[in-house]
Design a binder for this molecule. Structure first.
Ligand code: SAH
Length: 501
């Protein structure tokens, strides 16, 4: 059900992995008039918000005064009273160290209707992703969520450290990094065994997750040495040792590696998702954008005489998509290609055709214009009309070879790839990258031009094939890895092999 006017939703966004957001939270974000959000929400959490929704950041900014809690509550009340549908989005769960209780009380007092949408709290999520079960049949029958933020020295604490020390189960400390040394000492003073296993989990559930293990007596030193930073949880209990068996996220082949994807945004998702599945932290820095040219006379003319072509060659999934869009706009469908031999430059292009009901007659094994030329050797083209539908700036190998064989070739540009302006945040993230992937010559030239001297120097350069590699070298880059198969799967395989070295 959509967000209702005049209602404020106190919504948990989960611990960081976007996949751990609830269906309800996504439904509300997609329909609300306004979203008031904190710092610790998953990347992309607001992507599905309405175009006209008001997105208000009310979290802490490093080094800046944060918006006071009373002011946040007042703004929620005001928005609710104005009849707007409002999502108040918080990291984890809104009622676990999230001040959701206070906001709910302010809304009730003001007579504004609210609903609470629980989120997966870091205490169970980061631990699970670190391979630490917070309870265990043999070792822990209880778990306590504790704030580590109160100062045990100052006597102003609401926490009874001796009682905590005696607690018969797992202790999970939120906000516990800064005061860890004092807190650990207080627990030991209260009688907790300094040899008890403990762990600190930093940026849990994200590609940047890191876990540091030590005993209670040594955890503060280990955390300081490893420079563990917030957000991080401290887990104390024999269950922390179970990680030896149960850790999984941090064992993925690309965990801890940062990889830059330079494909156009519309195409990047497949590669980015595959990299994320392998554990990589993906920086999306699209170097290029696809600008359709399907309104041109040249395209219109070609569509008008599709029936005359004996051979139609498509050189990218984008080309297939745009050709079909142009055909549809002209009132045509796949039957317009019924008489032609259809050739696709590679498996991705063939797949895009298959999705539209056309099984390509010719698909070379290698994704290269030269390979397509070879694969077409058996197709009669002399004196026949051939359509090559492709990007504006593609190489001319294919049409030239076909013309040499007597074909009458129409080359039609369905789209142009233009340079995309890089997002400053992503540029900064890319500076520390381990890998930069290039899937075409245009991604190389455009990224190199766009970044200039901010090009990540530490990163290893991964190229999809020899043509892209040559362009990279001309642009002054050193190519560290070149795919053997010149498609996305081949590029992934090459990157994985390199990372395993
Ligand atoms: N409402 C949130 C907690 C907010 S308090 C929840 O339910 O999870 C902020 C603290 O939560 C951080 O200091 C840290 O201890 C913990 N935390 C939040 N996200 C985390 C993450 N991804 N990994 C580890 N700890 C996290």
């Amino acid at each position: 059900m959509s967000a209702r006017p005049g209602v404020v939703y106190l919504v948990g966004a989960g611990p960081g992995d976007p996949g751990l957001m609830t269906a309800r939270s996504l439904e509300l974000i997609a329909t609300a008039d306004a979203v008031f959000y904190d710092r610790l929400i998953p990347p992309g959490a607001l992507d599905s918000a309405r175009e006209d929704a008001e997105l208000v950041y009310v979290g802490k900014q490093p080094g800046m005064p944060s918006v006071p809690q009373e002011e946040i509550a007042a703004r929620l009340v005001e928005a609710g009273r104005a009849g707007r549908s409002v999502v108040r989005l918080k990291g984890g769960d809104p009622f676990v160290f999230g001040r959701g209780g206070e906001e709910g009380e302010a809304l009730r007092e003001a007579g504004v209707e609210f609903e609470v949408v629980p989120g997966i709290t870091a205490g169970v999520a980061a631990t699970a992703y670190a391979g630490i079960p917070v309870t265990h049949r043999d070792e822990s029958s209880a778990v306590a969520f504790v704030t580590g933020h109160e100062d045990p020295e100052k006597g102003e604490t609401a926490l009874d450290w001796e009682a905590l020390a005696r607690f018969p189960g797992t202790l999970v400390f939120y906000m516990g990094v800064k005061r860890l040394a004092d807190n650990a000492a207080a627990l030991i003073a209260g009688g907790r065994d300094p040899e008890e296993p403990a762990a600190a989990i930093e940026r849990g559930t994200t590609a940047g997750q890191r876990t540091v293990e030590a005993t209670l007596g040594k955890i503060a030193g280990a955390v300081a040495r490893e420079e563990v930073k917030a957000p991080a949880l401290i887990v104390l209990g024999p269950v922390a040792r179970r990680r030896t068996q149960l850790a999984w996220l941090e064992r993925r082949p690309l965990h801890g590696r940062r990889v830059v994807v330079t494909r156009a945004r519309a195409q990047a998702s497949g590669l980015a998702a595959a990299l994320r599945d392998l554990g990589a932290e993906v920086v999306e820095l699209p170097a290029i954008r696809i600008e359709p040219r399907t309104e041109s006379d040249e395209v219109r003319d070609a569509i008008g005489r599709l029936g005359d072509y004996t051979l139609v060659c498509l050189t990218s999934p984008n080309g297939v998509r745009l050709l079909f869009e142009a055909m549809e706009a002209a009132g045509q469908d796949a039957r317009a290609l019924a008489a032609a031999t259809v050739a696709a430059i590679g498996p991705g292009t063939a797949r895009a055709l298959a999705e539209r009901g056309i099984l390509a007659d010719v698909v070379p094994e290698r994704f290269l214009a030269e390979a397509l030329v070879e694969a077409l050797a058996g197709v009669e083209v002399d004196g026949r009309r051939v359509l090559v539908a492709r990007a504006a700036e593609a190489r001319d190998v294919l049409p030239e070879r076909l013309r040499e064989r007597g074909a009458e070739v129409d080359v039609v540009a369905l789209y142009e790839t233009v340079r995309e302006k890089p997002d400053p945040e992503q540029v900064e993230a890319a500076a520390e990258a381990d890998y930069v992937t290039f899937t075409s010559s245009s991604t190389v030239t455009n990224l190199v031009e766009a970044l200039g001297d901010r090009f990540p120097t530490r990163a290893r350069v991964v190229s999809i094939g020899p043509v892209t590699s040559a362009t990279a070298r001309t642009s002054g880059l050193h190519v560290d890895v070149e795919a053997e198969r010149h498609d996305i799967d081949g590029l992934l395989a090459a990157l994985l092999a390199d990372a395993a070295k």
